[in-house]
Design a protein around this ligand. Structure first.
Ligand code: WQD
Length: 328
């Protein structure tokens, strides 16, 4: 069966492609390489021994989508492609609404035109806003505090309407905080610019590329005052997509997290310990829009998909560092 993976050269997309190939799916990737490199495809082949069909371009390019659906019988689409930097979305909302919404709308339109009935969407825990209680369940209230999160919430609403109208099989996966990298060191994340997210920033401080980590606030209502999040190994996350594909049918929402909340200092200390490297940090003001704590109740994914995360924080920290060290 052929699976179309949009953004398949990206951090989560590429790890998911590896798991798809390992499970004997055929993979078609569309990626404009705006936040990834084509060499990822070579590394996917080095890991799996298998090729993918690659189309370079934008998901908003309807003629390219026509070409892909005409040349490939697509069984399902996994839609990763989209802009995802919270801070940038606040500065450039129109860029986010146009890119993230248009790509999804055109994709759904073409799926309908070519009779493709199965859609898995890369959503985010950010749609829960500031939760009233923890852990977070899928039926919790939804709200967003930045344009990036709002595009995710709007797309979830579009998908619900499309499900009601056209009975597509739609699975919405809400990711918590993906970190880590494939054990081979051939896939991972190492943004070229100054990272927004915690782990890539820590890695750059550990390698000396950046001088010091700013810990955004230590006066939160958490065990050590620093922000708590549910960090999940990207390979566990990727495997969640395989389970979602195997069980696709109807409209479903699943939290993909570990159920464990770790603070910023927990991450810094664990990273330093397992990699035997110092991470300089200083406590600074809170980052606007950040919440105290967020972690998942992922029991529904276990109950209905038979999926649960298996990799612990030490492995996440080791793999994150290993990837950058191996690719310096
Ligand atoms: C984690 C913790 C920060 C950087 C966002 C999006 C989410 C997903 C993941 C895309 C927080 C603290 C961070 C730093 C710090 N994005 N921190 N210093 O904000 O939980 O989630 O990224 O899919 O949708 O909302 O992740 O890694 O930015 O922050 O102290 O330099 O680390 O305050 O407590 P976040 P993050």
């Amino acid at each position: 069966m052929k699976i179309l993976v949009t953004g398949g050269c990206g951090y989560i997309g590429s790890h998911t492609v590896v798991e798809l190939l390992n499970n004997n799916y055929e993979v078609v990737i569309i990626d404009n390489l705006s936040n990834s490199k084509k060499e990822v495809i070579d590394n996917i082949k080095r890991i799996t021994g298998k090729d993918v069909t690659f189309y370079e371009g934008n998901v908003q390019d309807k003629s390219l989508l026509d070409k892909i659906f005409k040349e490939n019988k697509i069984y399902a689409v996994i839609h990763f492609a989209g802009f995802k930097a919270v801070g940038e979305s606040v500065r450039e909302p129109l860029k986010y609404y146009e890119n993230n919404l248009d790509s999804t709308l055109y994709l759904l339109e073409k799926m309908k035109e070519y009779g493709c009935k199965n859609f898995i969407f890369s959503s985010s825990a950010t749609v829960y806003g500031k939760p009233d209680k923890l852990p977070i369940k899928e039926d919790f209230p939804l709200s967003t505090t930045n344009p990036y999160g709002t595009t995710k919430l709007m797309i979830e609403g579009i998908l619900k309407d499309v499900y009601n109208a056209d009975k597509l099989n739609i699975t919405i996966l809400r990711y918590f905080n993906p970190i880590g990298a494939h054990e081979s060191g051939l896939l991972g994340e190492n943004p070229n610019d100054i990272p927004n997210n915690l782990m890539p920033y820590i890695v750059k401080v550990a390698t000396g590329e950046l001088e010091c980590l700013s810990v955004f606030g230590n006066d939160y209502d958490t065990h050590d005052g620093t922000g708590v999040r549910d960090y999940i190994h990207v390979v566990d996350l990727a495997k969640g997509h395989i389970k979602a594909l195997e069980h696709i049918g109807g409209l479903h929402y699943y939290n993909l997290g570990t159920g464990n909340g770790y603070s910023v200092l927990d991450i810094v200390n664990t990273f330093s310990k397992v990699n035997n490297v110092k991470v300089n940090y200083k406590i600074t003001d809170r980052r606007p829009g950040d919440i105290d704590a967020c972690y998942a109740d992922s029991s529904l994914a276990f109950k209905e998909l038979g999926w649960k995360a298996t990799k612990g924080l030490e492995e996440m920290c080791k793999d994150s560092y290993n990837y950058v060290i191996k690719n310096k």
